[in-house]
Design a protein around this ligand. Sequence first.
Ligand code: GLA
Length: 493
Amino acid sequence: MLAVLLLLAACVPGGAAAGPALSVPRRHPDLATPPTTKPPGLVPTPPQGWMSWNHFRCGTDPASPDAISLALINATAAGLVSGGFAAAGYTTLAVDDCWQARALDAATGAVAADPARFPGGLPALGAAIRGFGLRFGLYGDVGPTTCGGFPGNGGHFGEDAAAMAAAGVDFFKADGCNAAPADLPALYASLSAALASSGRLITLSCSWPAYLPDARAVRAARHSAHPLPPIPYRALASNCHLWRNWRDVDTDPASIASIASYWAFAAAHSPGFEAAPRPGAWHDPDELLVGEPAVPYAWQAAQFALWCAWGAPLFLSADVRGGGGWPGWPPGSRALALHAELIAVNQRGAGPARLLRVVGRAGAGSHHHPHALQAWARPLEGGAVAVVAAKLSGRGARQACVSVGQIVRTAGRVWGAALAAGGEGSANATVAAPAAATALCWRPVSLAPRARPVTAYASWTDETFFPHRATGRLCLGVPDAGAAAVVVGRPCG
Ligand code: GLA
């Protein structure tokens, strides 16, 4: 029965079929601790970079300036550097699907780059990216073909790992389209081992959990008392440095709401979800829409604030060509992507994010984002804590209030869980949870475009926050769909 469910749940990212009836196994077989195969020490903080998929998709006409090509990657690398993105940490330039030739390399048996769009093949692509001081990211699939129908890595992991190591690949996103979900644990473990013995340190991004049944079961579970089937977080963390959890992001606020809604649901119902992220092992909710003209700025800011609070990988995808002009970007988007305080919330966490509250529900017809208002806390270095509230629907609650004592206790529990789980999170060992008696002093983080006066910011988020000490309640008012409020509490001093 489980195998049937797993098969039905194949290719969730990008897919749209209705989910199968819910069946909840008692214990996932992969929850047993497998041997660690991934190289340790990589991505101690959530990786940042740029990824081609959401904006550029799968253009293959060599004459088009938007085709997946060496020319596009060169121009993007130049934009990442000249626009200040690289200096803000966005240093991994990841080429997603559709870079491949239709046939494997005859000499090596490895996946090869399309020669018309990538003259000089992978080595030239790697040299170009490294020439800008960036890290080289590439895409593949553990099955025989990728989601876009190009050759996958299935059957020749060793050959592909060798070719990628020779070309200087630093980051590999391994999709799971066209592989039987029941085979995913063995396939990802085998790929991880092949990369680990390639002679180069390569960060492995897995799409594994996005193809497991809880992605589909979540909708059914919403309407039932069943918990979600467990995701094998231990096996994931042993093999992968990050992993995609849920469906593909799309250039649409509803997509942000859908992902955030899943995150809140998983935090409440998916065993192990909240405690899983740690240095070298991150949940990945997919690319950022920051800079996409079709996405209202408030939604871009809400997505960025949530992704930062979650400690998620930060991969831009919008067009960054333009040498600092960003003519097509909405006002403020570049400042948002470079927002030092939010990036610090993302990069200087002391433990995973914790769901504080979900307030209200949207009305009928909004089943993809029923959580009208979410509030999350993330403990930060130095005993600080970030609280982010975001409103995902035009209906429902407009304010989230949480007792400050709960925030402090919540953060303390997360820290405790991270320490107890051990693993690579040794940096956590030096972090002490603030005592409940510690007074925290709160300060709002402005999400407004820097070019606008603060009064304009207040008019569209109506953010309020109080009180300033560790007793009482913290209330964040977020009246509009797509708006978010962020506050950071630090020990008063
Ligand atoms: C899947 C992934 C996307 C992207 C495409 C490429 O849908 O989830 O992120 O990599 O494949 O075909």
